[in-house]
Design a protein around this ligand. Structure first.
Ligand SMILES: [Zn+2]
Length: 156
């Protein structure tokens, strides 16, 4: 086991979103409107900004054993779910690639007040420029046109 691993897992656990505190009193109409306004606000800050983790906190994947990376990935995915975020990665992706791609979601901008689950992905659905390359399921599917780079699916 990598000596840094327990520390990293502890940091990821600490990055879980705290449950919303119970409201102590009824909101006024103005406050409700303000909250709705904030939900619609643009995403100004990154996921890392909100959860307190930085991609630099994660050691390079070559310092980890495969099983260590799997532990980090599953802890990270669990933490993402608490933020209503998900990262779609195809099954059978090499552990180091999954690790690196998950960490890169820390750089994506989010608005934690937005309702619904936000799913990040790296598949362009077009094998010629899909970031997941030979590992991706899009290779086996009929290509879609005109998409590339990051995609994001908003699930309601
Ligand atoms: Zn793909």
């Amino acid at each position: 086991m990598h000596p840094y691993l327990p520390h990293l897992l502890k940091d990821i656990a600490a990055a879980h979103r705290a449950e919303k505190p119970c409201r102590e009193r009824e909101q006024s109409f103005a406050e409700i409107l303000e909250e709705i306004g904030r939900m619609k606000e643009e995403r100004k800050y990154t996921f890392g900004y909100f959860c307190g983790l930085k991609a630099e906190d994660f050691p390079p994947s070559d310092q980890f054993l495969k099983k260590d990376m799997k532990l980090v990935c599953s802890a990270f995915k669990k933490m993402m779910r608490r933020w209503n975020l998900n990262c779609w990665l195809p099954k059978g992706l090499p552990a180091d690639l999954a690790y690196n791609l998950l960490i890169r979601t820390l750089e994506r901008k989010i608005n934690p007040l937005e309702p619904g689950l936000v799913e990040f992905g790296y598949c362009s659905r077009y094998p010629a420029n899909c970031l997941l390359g030979q590992h991706c399921t899009c290779l086996k599917q009929k290509p879609h046109e005109g998409m590339g780079g990051f995609i994001e699916i908003k699930l309601k």
